[in-house]
Design a protein around this ligand. Structure first.
Ligand code: SAM
Length: 319
């Protein structure tokens, strides 16, 4: 049986937002973060005319989602790619535009559950944290090689860690004795570096540092900064992009990309917007939608979700 952590976040809402864009023959959904395929499965069930292009940078996710979605094999295509490569993926498939793009950002429950991948701080494991574990820089590489200022910046910016500088200095001192390889030593260091009063109020002392390392290892924000405008451009008229973010930095990028697409290119002091200069897109959600109870209790990941959606209303490049 599925544990509550495996339940896709805001599942019904995501399906309701995508369904109107996918209710015609030949409609195409790109799930940019296929994961275990939970959202995709629900959309395929609700939209019998739609086909799915499932993208993930994690080959293990593609294999597992492939098994889950086997009953829909005639309507699914799986692609191993980073989601800022979606324009190339669509060009290779001969698709000038699509009808829906879904992003459910962050790590999957499967990635958290496999101890050896090093995403979870609760157990001792290799400091890896790569979503694509076939190549690239690991968390241990970051800890063992980055200059102290860079480590402090990452912890402060990506982890919103108040003690970023102090932690970075301790990491650099410790790695001179012996390079970091496993998470238990890092967690121990964080307990020592974060003062006791802050430890009592600020959640687990490793949470923010682990989040920051994960974002850096996977270059998450730079990839997202390129991917959202590309997805907004990729949808045809009536098409929708739906994004679930779990971090304020992610949500800010999404909000900015969406407001750029819903603005007209006409100066704001013009009394009327001339024909052909109307915005190309409209917001489908008002602000960011949040999860409510009982979902938050049943699925802790839902507590931090912010969902935004946008729809294309006319042809043309974003102003
Ligand atoms: C939260 S999970 C998605 C869960 C999915 N919605 C479900 O219902 O099972 C996020 C997935 O996105 C993938 N991912 C994260 N960043 C990515 C990127 N830049 N490009 C492609 N896949 C990415 C991760 O490997 C992970 O499998």
């Amino acid at each position: 049986m599925n544990t509550p952590r495996h339940v896709p976040v805001l599942l019904d809402r995501v399906v309701a937002l995508l369904a109107p864009a996918l209710d015609h023959p030949g409609a195409v959904l790109v799930d940019a973060t296929l994961g275990l395929g939970g959202h995709s499965e629900a959309v395929l069930n609700a939209c019998p005319e739609a086909r799915l292009i499932g993208v993930d940078r994690d080959p293990n996710a593609l294999r597992m989602a492939g098994e889950r979605l086997a009953p829909h094999a005639a309507r699914t295509t799986f692609v191993h790619a980073v989601y800022d490569e979606i324009p190339d993926v669509l060009a290779d498939l001969g698709l000038p535009s699509v009808d829906g793009v879904l992003f459910d950002l962050g790590v999957s429950s499967m990635q958290l559950d496999v101890r050896e991948r090093g995403f979870a701080y609760a157990e001792d494991a290799p400091l890896d944290m790569r979503m694509d574990d076939t190549h690239g820089t690991t968390a241990a590489d970051v800890l063992n090689t980055y200059p102290v200022e860079e480590l402090a910046r990452i912890l402060h910016q990506y982890g919103e860690e108040k003690f970023a500088r102090r932690i970075a200095q301790t990491i650099v001192k410790e790695r001179e004795k012996e390079p970091f390889t496993r998470s238990a030593r890092l967690v121990e260091l964080l307990y020592a570096a974060i003062p006791a009063p802050a430890r009592r109020t600020g959640g687990h002392p490793a949470k923010r540092t682990f989040q920051a390392l994960r974002i850096e290892v996977n270059d998450e924000l730079n990839v997202l900064r390129r991917a959202i405008p590309a997805a907004v451009e990729a949808i045809g008229v009536g098409g929708r992009v739906v994004v679930e973010s779990y971090h304020s930095l992610e949500d800010r990028l999404v909000k900015h990309a969406f407001s750029a697409a819903t603005r007209s290119d006409v100066p704001p002091d013009m009394p009327v917007v001339p024909a052909g200069h109307e915005p190309t897109h409209r917001l489908v959600t008002r602000g960011a939608e949040r999860a409510v109870e009982p979902e938050i209790t049943e699925n802790p990941r839902a507590a931090s979700v912010r969902l935004r959606a946008i729809e294309r209303i006319r042809e043309g490049a974003v102003a």
